[in-house]
Design a protein around this ligand. Structure first.
Ligand code: G3I
Length: 377
């Protein structure tokens, strides 16, 4: 037998061995899936290319901060833009899905779910030693049509809420550290916001969201997430009252998310006060959707100059410092709503240019980033 024949037989054997290995793996996965009581499919194999897993940088925020830093991630940018992906891996050890875990994105109909994007983010986090903060189980702005149009008794409404929360939290049990269980349920005047759940179940729906989430994962941390507590005393007070009510009735809640979509014109004391007041509950505090607008007056011809950059840096510094000054057990983390200025939701939403995030359009660290580092001293 020639040398080349020998090589070809050897490689054929190893080819069959590899195939046999994959068949065996597939067979055992099917067996495992059949045994599972959970009706949902297991999370698929990662499709992340090995070359995208870069070594940790010693200077990233994740390395220098005593609490996690994170960003709300766009699944599309993560899949398609290398510099976005490498910046995320280098800087952050926590991620929040910007959209893909919202009910409108996941829930296609009763008992029908679209998991692929959410699964992708969870795997990405696992492969890069990042924690996942789930966002958001119940949010009035993300109610699918099938829910809005649902017809049933109060008990039927409780049932669909239960089915949804248990399916989603259950799927990621042990893989997600925390959830925004309820998002923006309070108005600026401190009253409860109208939504289909309130209409059909009554105020008890709030308890149920937290109870169902706890039922599905006894270890995941449960957050109430809200915006505007830096400008509304009524809302700030109402959030703390809600927390006290929940705790008083032994409804599980572990943390408060302060979105903190604010601007350079917001007084430092307002930001500091919002954080300090929420911390009086004793719960964990997450600065959960941070960005600082530099164009609050919505000017069309504005240029991002050194004065605006310095003002923004100062807001970054004092906000991080306010979180840093809390007891270590209450500093849950600091999350930006986006990574670089060009992927912020703000210009599209407000119809004007803005530069709210810590990285510029070329993913270079802005002065704001130095403000973060100064706030950690
Ligand atoms: O993905 C589709 C795309 O296929 C389509 O071409 C495009 C056309 O408009 O729409 C895309 O979806 C949009 C999605 O953002 C991704 O860009 C949705 O229409 C749009 O509604 C969605 O907006 C998100 C918004 O929440 C509503 O879910 C923003 O990205 C997201 O930043 C924003 O985040 C919220 C937090 O969840 C809660 N706190 C406030 C914050 C800002 O509004």
């Amino acid at each position: 037998m020639s040398y080349s024949q020998l090589i070809s037989i050897t490689s054929m054997n190893s080819h069959y061995k590899i195939n046999f290995f994959w068949i065996l793996l597939l067979f055992s996965s099917v067996l495992f899936a059949c045994k599972s009581e959970d009706a949902v499919a297991p999370i698929p194999k990662p499709d992340i290319k090995p070359d995208t897993i870069v070594p940790l940088d010693t200077t990233g925020l994740r390395k220098v901060s005593p609490f996690p830093f994170g960003a709300a991630l766009s699944i599309d940018l993560l899949k398609t833009k290398a510099i976005y992906r490498s910046t995320v891996i280098k800087e952050f050890n926590s991620l929040t899905p910007e959209n893909v875990m919202k009910m409108k994105n996941i829930s296609l109909g009763r008992g029908q779910y679209k998991w692929d994007d959410a699964d992708y983010l969870v795997l990405f986090a696992q492969q890069n030693a990042m924690r996942v903060h789930g966002h958001a189980l119940v949010w009035y702005k993300s109610t699918p049509d099938w829910v809005t149009n649902f017809v049933g008794t109060k008990e039927d409404w409780k049932l669909i809420l239960h089915e949804y929360i248990v399916a989603v939290v259950g799927r990621y049990k042990g893989k997600i550290s925390s959830w925004d269980v309820l998002n923006e349920a309070i108005m600026d005047d401190g009253t409860y916001r109208d939504c289909v759940w309130l209409q059909h179940i009554g105020i008890e729906y709030i308890d149920l969201c937290f109870l169902y989430a706890r039922e599905a994962d006894p270890n995941v941390l449960l957050f109430y997430n809200e915006y505007g507590t830096e400008y509304s005393t009524a809302k700030r007070t109402a959030v703390n009252k809600l927390v006290a009510d929940l705790k008083g009735r032994y409804v599980p809640i572990d943390g408060i998310g302060l979105q903190m979509h604010t601007s350079i014109s917001r007084a430092n004391s307002d930001i500091q006060n919002a954080i300090a007041v929420a911390a009086q509950t004793g719960l964990k505090i997450h600065i959960s959707e941070f960005d600082i607008k530099v164009n609050p007056d919505k000017l069309q011809d504005i240029i991002f100059n050194a004065t605006l950059a310095a003002a923004q840096k100062e807001k970054y510094r004092i906000t991080v410092k306010a979180l840093f000054d809390l007891p270590a057990s209450q500093r849950y983390g600091f999350t930006f709503w986006g990574v670089c200025d060009t992927n912020s939701w703000i210009p599209a939403e407000y119809g004007c240019p803005d530069w709210p995030l810590p990285f510029d359009s070329n993913y270079k660290r802005k002065d704001a980033y130095s403000g973060l580092l100064e706030g950690l001293k």
